[in-house]
Every structure is written in C-alpha cells, then in structure tokens.
Design a protein. Sequence first.
Length: 258
Amino acid sequence: MLTLIVLELRKLLGSRSAQLALLVSFLLPFLWALAPRLNMILGDLTLVSGWQMPAVSIGVAVQFMIPLFIAVVVAEMIGSEVSHGTLAPLLLRPVSRTNVIISKLLVAMLFPFLLIAATVIGSLLVGIPRGFGMFAGGTGMGPGLFIGVGQLSSGAAFAEVVRGSILAAVMLVPVAALSLLYGVMFLNTASAALATLATLNIMRLLVVFPESIQRVLLTNHLALYAEQGNITQALILLLIYTVGFGLMAVFAFDRRDV
C-alpha cells in the first residue's frame, strides 16, 4: 500500500498540471502585493504586517482558483491514465483495485495541503518588507480578523497563520474527493473537472434556500480558515463529505470497467 501511495505521489508531482498549479499558487501572492488597489478591495484596510498576507492570498484564491486547480489535477489522476492506457495494465498486476483507488484518494487529499503550503510560503516571502514583528491588528485568521483585538505578538500571529492554513487545506479536501469520484465516473479529465466545478457552483447558487439547507452545503464552509469559536460542527460536516465522496469513489472504481 505504501508503495502505491509513493507511486501516486510521484505521478502527481511529476504532472505538469500539478506543477503549474503549485507554481501559480506560489506566485499569486506577489501579484496581490503589487496591486495598487488592494487596500480598496480590503475596505481601505492598510496591511501593516507580513503575517497578514497569507489571509489575503488564501481569501482571494480559495473561492475559485484553488478549487479549479484541485478539480483539474485530481481528475487527471484517473483521466490521464485512461487516455494514456496505463491504468488497465496496472490493474492487471497482482494488486487490489481497492488499494489502487485508496492510494489515489489519499494523494488527492494531500494536494490541497500542498497548494495551501505553496500559497502561504509565497505570501510570507511577499510579506518580508512589512516585517514579522509585533503589530496592532490581526492576521485575518484570528479574532477580529484584520482589525484584531490589540497588539499581536509574532508567536501568536504565527500560530494563527498555521491554524488558518491547516483549516484552509482541510476545507478543500472534500473538493479533491469529489473530483476523484467524478474522475472514476467519467474516466475523462475534462468531464470530471467540469462536473466538480459545476457541483460547487450549484451549491453556491443555493444561497436562496433557507439557512438550514445552507449550513450543510460544502461551499458554505470555504471560509473556515478565518472562522473563530466552535468549528466542530463544520469539521464534522467536511469529514462526512470527504468520507462519503471517498467511499463512493472506491465503490465505483471497484465496479468500473476500465
């Protein structure tokens, strides 16, 4: 099983789509840093610390750009192998179909963490001119968001950024599981990626429905990285989505003729 996971990870990191997604995620923060109207977008808020840049970068990219990267790259984990004719020979080897799809699922779930890590690293590099010392305000990922609740030390700011970054990756894991499910269903990268994005956009359109329905929508939790207080319910819901999509992908792959 470990060998399959390592193999899938090597395939992922060797993919041009994944490399491009990671590169763009790393470079986008440099664009925000140079944007002359960034303060207007943030409501005339002036950024005073490098610790605030990760929240800006994640907040801009997480609504569409990063889900797009995840949808395409994860769908390609199935679609490219089908198109290149490498999946069928793999399944002819003495290896369990279940192990094959689980290894793909685990690597797919890792990809959001890699994208967020690339985004945060780029953001912190961009934030160097603003410094990383104590400042008055917030990181955008803690109490008071960017306004904060007073003076914030470097250690506390670092802790908020780490916490927010992990939550940002966790909230995107179900998107990866969903894309893999569609990849198994359609055996085509474009179709699976489009189906994933369409599903997310349809969920966003359901804002016209009662709040009781909105609370269980995946897209309603794409700002989890900045939420405070009790987030247990949101994490449980994201876990249910991830496990549900993952189990359906495993079940479908075991019965899919490839």
